[in-house]
Write a protein that binds this ligand. Structure first.
Ligand code: ASP
Length: 350
């Protein structure tokens, strides 16, 4: 009796082919690599251009980046979760007045500081965010408390600050955030905006943004991401950017973690942080390719600019940006901080 195995197997083969995309989508995340060396990557914003910093400001910024890396790494080296490393690093950057987050945040159109922050835990998919804060000293702590101690993901303004008080999170007087440098930036922005034809130009000048962020991979192979910002100079009261929006300025899953910096409206419209990780998850893109294609492709094509830090569960790192500089750095197995600011500055890969 003649058997025709190929013909008989055809329906099964066809089913398999049709089902492949669905099977790929449902593929479990790569198993974490317990026992690996932790890795922490940070940024202090993409809104810096050569010639803008005095030598003293530049060395101060480098020292603050190194201090943030050391603080985050100390948590990770002690075996704490990625989220602890992210929060510790961001707290140092929020307290450093040269970065646009916490103390040193930029001013709104009406001369106030309104702060936004978010965190996401890649291992559990949980997230927390806060926006429009005027009195929370370290917004990243509040974002984390919202994730861990409330049933919500995002809280804003007075309600968020009331929750901060209930949780014992430090509040300060609004003047705490005031720095002369940012005040002068607002005055310049107001003057520029009053020039004839100002409305025709929609692009904000380079120094109008900043933001800080961190992504970490802990010894158990878990990823986390966080971002904190004062937003953009001369933003209208109540404006919320991408930094506290999960999927826009911050994202972490089992494979990929992102913190973004740049012209927030474009990061929101393109769901940039999520878009990068979705390309890794669904298309199998390498971290570097996904990061490059979104930050230097999708965002400029939409009319925006900025940068991001991206970290993969395999330890792959990318720092794409399209401005003159982005404060950035990483720290890995040897506990030595590596930092860079300018576009043409080499930053060795981990
Ligand atoms: N992305 C932030 C925002 O639009 C600003 C920044 O990155 O500096 O609020």
């Amino acid at each position: 009796m003649t058997t025709r195995p190929a013909t008989r197997m055809l329906p099964a083969l066809l089913w398999l082919l049709a089902a492949l995309p669905a099977l790929a989508l449902a593929a479990p995340a790569p198993a974490p690599a317990p026992g690996g060396a932790p890795l922490l990557v940070i940024h202090g914003g993409a809104g810096v251009d050569p010639g803008e910093l005095t030598a003293q400001e530049e060395s101060g910024a480098r020292a603050a980046l190194a201090a943030a890396l050391r603080a985050g790494h100390a948590e990770l080296a002690a075996g704490k979760p990625a989220l602890d490393g992210v929060a510790a690093a961001i707290r140092v950057l929020e307290d450093a007045p040269m970065f646009n987050a916490g103390r040193g945040a930029v001013f709104t159109h009406d001369g106030r500081n309104e702060l936004d922050a978010s965190v996401m835990d890649g291992a559990t998919g949980r997230a927390g965010a806060a926006a429009g804060l005027r009195r929370v000293r370290n917004p990243i702590d509040l974002a984390r408390a919202i994730m861990e101690r409330s049933r919500h993901v995002m809280m804003i303004g007075e309600g968020a600050e009331l929750f901060a008080t209930e949780q014992g999170i430090a509040l300060v007087e609004p003047e705490y955030f005031h720095t002369e440098r940012r005040w002068r930036q607002l005055q310049r922005a107001l003057r520029d905006a009053s020039q004839p034809h100002a409305l025709e130009s929609t692009a904000p000048a380079k120094a109008y943004f900043g933001t800080v962020g961190a992504v970490a991979l802990d010894a158990a192979g878990r990823l986390a991401a966080g971002t904190s910002t004062g937003g953009m100079t001369n933003k209208r009261y109540g404006r919320v950017g991408d930094a506290p929006i999960i999927g826009a300025g911050t994202w972490a899953d089992a494979r990929c973690a992102v913190s973004a910096t740049g012209w927030g409206e474009f990061y929101i419209r393109t769901a940039a942080a999520h878009e990068i990780c979705a390309r890794v998850r669904l298309s199998g893109d390498a971290i570097a390719k996904a990061a490059e294609d979104v930050v230097n492709g999708v965002i400029p094509q939409a009319g925006g600019n900025g940068g991001a830090i991206v970290l993969g569960a395999d330890g792959a790192v990318a720092f794409p940006f399209n401005t003159g500089g982005m404060y950035r750095g990483w720290i890995g197995a040897d506990g030595e901080p590596h930092v860079a600011i300018w576009r043409d500055e080499e930053l060795p890969a981990p």
